[in-house]
Design a protein around this ligand. Structure first.
Ligand code: ZN
Length: 459
């Protein structure tokens, strides 16, 4: 009976029932597709959605890849980036992507031009434990000039923790110097590069400050360093990479990153052989104007030095101390009041050392990393008390005695040697005045100007 009833309702109802079912099925299919492989942004106004987002699985554990393509031809972009299982990493990646996109859109609208932004991404596994994520961003606003930029993360694949270069290099500034030295020399030797941008720009972007070295990956058993160098005068940008085999870096790497493979040469033995090092040291400051002049002259030669500061002068010269630290110089403890400490009772001696440490820490966030006793007067007992190296000198310029800028260079010329530690004072104008000729001479002789700690580490 029921069947007959249905039949009586005629073919129209059947057709509409069938089409309803077809529509429902196709909706279900579309929906399941969109949740698996295909997500629509702004689904409520699908026709106006600004971009299309596609999600793909990858061979990499805990990582999916997202392709986001603009649907607006006047603001064209394609962004390819990972979505991981780790929230804080995703936040960082999304911020990078959103910032890149928003900057590009605002710039494109400002210029009223149609350009293109492309963010690509590669992932490289290392040692079953790490992934390197490397973004390459290319942006153009007029299709005549293309700007490229690298951006990277090294992560632990099981928890998404980001590992910085500092950790890889065992938190060691001397390891860092070995690496930066290698990289800087390699780039400065490249004709292709120096034809495009000024050497000063290359030096600026590869100087040994951590910020210059935050783009890197480990790819195919090589450490790859990425640079985005802009020449401020020509506005030309170059994006060189430097590849270094992991076994070559073994001596400066944290054990988790060392390679089992052996290398005939390595970064430490090579640089020991080839480098001529000298440590310039300045005692008894800081001095408001003289130390400042010395810092500027050091800058001119990209020279690092060590300042043994007197504690009583620290508070009134915090700015200078901060500048020293920012520029990669080393700060040493030269006691609070510049007394002969071998003649002091324990309590006074401790005050002379500890109070200076405390004031320096207040000024720059960390304590001095070396100690030099006034007049070089020390003994075994005092040396044992200190938890930083006690450093004297190998070349005495007697600048405090001569007070003559013309006398500084001849003394150094006659006495300088590889790994020399040169004693000067940044409270005499004559020293500041004579320094330029000293730096020019030593640089011509092939010396590199490094901190005292670096000399100690290679000796
Ligand atoms: Zn002194």
């Amino acid at each position: 009976m029921k069947n007959e009833d249905t039949n009586k309702r005629g073919p129209w109802l059947q057709i509409s029932l069938i089409s309803a079912i077809v529509i429902i099925i196709s909706l279900i299919v579309t929906f399941s597709l969109s949740s698996d492989n295909f997500k629509l942004k702004n689904a409520s106004s699908a026709s106006k959605k600004e971009s299309t987002i596609e999600v793909q699985d990858t061979e990499f554990q805990n990582i999916k890849m997202i392709t986001e393509t603009s649907n607006d031809s006047s603001i064209s972009y394609k962004l390819f980036y990972p979505e991981t299982n780790f929230e804080s990493l995703n936040e960082k990646i999304n911020k990078y992507i959103t910032d890149s996109k928003e900057y590009y859109i605002s710039k494109a609208q400002e210029n009223n031009k149609t350009g293109h932004l492309n963010v690509n991404c590669s992932i490289y596994p290392f040692k079953e434990k790490y992934y390197s994520i490397v973004f390459t961003k290319i942006v153009t606003y007029d299709f005549s000039k293309y700007d490229k930029e690298y951006h990277t993360y090294l992560i632990e694949k099981d928890n998404g923790n980001i590992i910085d270069l500092k950790t890889m290099l065992n938190n060691s500034t001397s390891n860092f110097r070995l690496l930066t030295n290698y990289v800087q020399k390699k780039l400065l030797k490249s004709k292709e590069l120096t034809n495009k941008v000024d050497k000063d720009a290359i030096i600026n972007y590869t100087n040994p400050v951590w910020e210059n070295y935050n783009s890197f990956s480990i790819n195919n058993n090589q450490l790859v360093m990425y640079f985005n160098i802009e020449d401020p005068s020509s506005k030309e940008t170059v994006n060189p990479t430097v590849n270094i085999k992991i076994p070559y870096l073994n001596p400066i790497l944290n054990k988790d990153f060392k390679s089992n493979k052996k290398s005939k040469t390595n970064i430490v033995s090579d640089q020991k052989k080839k480098r001529k090092l000298v440590a310039l040291t300045f005692d008894d400051g800081p001095h408001k104007t003289i130390t400042k002049e010395i810092l500027d002259t050091l800058d001119k030669y990209d020279a690092k030095a060590t300042f043994f500061v007197v504690g009583s002068r620290v508070n009134s010269n915090k700015k200078l101390l901060k500048e020293m630290k920012e520029k990669g110089h080393e700060i040493g403890n030269h006691t609070m009041n510049h007394k002969n400490i071998t003649k002091l009772k324990k309590k006074k001696l401790e005050y002379e050392i500890n109070k200076t440490n405390e004031l320096v820490k207040k000024a720059i966030g960390e304590e001095p990393t070396v100690f030099r006793p006034p007049y070089g007067a020390t003994n075994k007992k005092i040396n044992k008390m200190l938890d930083v190296p006690v450093v004297l000198w190998t070349v005495d310029t007697l600048d405090w005695k001569y007070r003559n800028p013309k006398k500084l260079l001849p003394v150094i010329k006659n006495n300088v040697h590889n790994n020399a530690i040169i004693l000067m004072h940044d409270i005499h104008q004559s020293t500041a005045d004579g320094l330029d000729s000293v730096l020019a001479y030593l640089q011509k002789e092939g010396y590199e100007f490094v901190t005292v700690s670096e000399i100690l580490s290679v000796k």
